[in-house]
Design a protein around this ligand. Structure first.
Ligand code: SF4
Ligand code: SF4
Length: 236
């Protein structure tokens, strides 16, 4: 069923039940997000897609549109709030883009450009996070994890459906873990999918790296904004 909503002051028709991110993209309005993957269940973990809905701040991926809804995506206050959320993600981990395998293909880096981030307003935490290289297939570069939970929910053992990744600990002690035995059973294409699904360079496929030269990487060819607006669902 079609409903009428107001998006950044403009009245539009939308399909009832579609979430705000997809509805906005269908109408040419980009909303950043780092945990949501179009076509997959919403996770609502990163809050980077925060918008104002009838004056209240909400995560756009979690809210289906309904009749009469008023959505503010590009107002000054909410735009700065999203920028602050992206800045927080950078300071909570350790990100050294020039040496990162995901540079140019990284959704966090690409989103940083979209929100006009130059430097974080928050102090860097420089957490100590150890790399996990126990698996034969995956190099887990924990410094870069943003705890989006994509891997936790969407990467499963093909035979048993068991989770291969999990998040252990709480708050600043949180860390991403990998079940090395299950990870070693992943076929090569599943390893690549997991690596591509990770929005940052945390899940690194041990068999491949730096395949595309600078200038030929995904977001150097087409920005993340352009990809979202054209409805692209590919990762990596
Ligand atoms: S994961 Fe992304 S933001 Fe972090 S160092 Fe790599 S390219 Fe930079
Ligand atoms: S490893 Fe990647 S996909 Fe998994 S929680 Fe961390 S950032 Fe998200």
């Amino acid at each position: 069923m079609s409903v009428k909503i107001t998006l950044d002051g403009k009245e539009i028709s939308a399909r009832e039940g579609d979430n705000i991110i997809d509805t906005a993209a269908n109408n040419g309005v980009y909303i950043p997000s780092l945990c949501y993957v179009k076509g997959k269940p919403c996770l609502g973990t990163c809050r980077t897609c925060s918008v104002k809905v009838n004056g209240k701040v909400m995560a756009a991926c979690t809210i289906p549109v309904s009749e009469g809804m008023e959505i503010d995506v590009n107002g000054t206050e909410i735009t700065d709030m999203r920028k602050a959320l992206v800045e927080l993600l950078f300071v909570e981990g350790n990100h050294n883009c020039p040496s990162c395998e995901k540079s140019g293909r990284c959704e966090l880096q690409a989103t940083g450009y979209e929100v006009d981030m130059m430097v974080s307003r928050f102090p860097y935490r420089f957490p100590v996070r150890t790399v996990d290289h126990a698996s034969k297939t995956v190099w887990l570069e924990r410094d870069r994890c943003i705890f989006c939970q994509r891997c936790v929910e969407f990467v499963r053992d093909k035979e048993t459906g068991q989770k291969i990744f999990s998040i252990k600990g709480r708050g600043t002690e949180s860390r991403i873990e990998i079940d090395a035995a299950l990870a070693d059973k992943m076929p090569a294409e599943q390893v690549r999918e997991a690596s591509d699904l990770c929005p940052v360079g945390c899940i690194v496929d041990k068999t491949q790296g730096f395949d595309a030269p600078i200038g030929k990487r995904k977001f150097e060819i087409k920005t993340i904004r352009e990809r979202v607006l054209e409805g692209s669902t590919d990762e990596g």
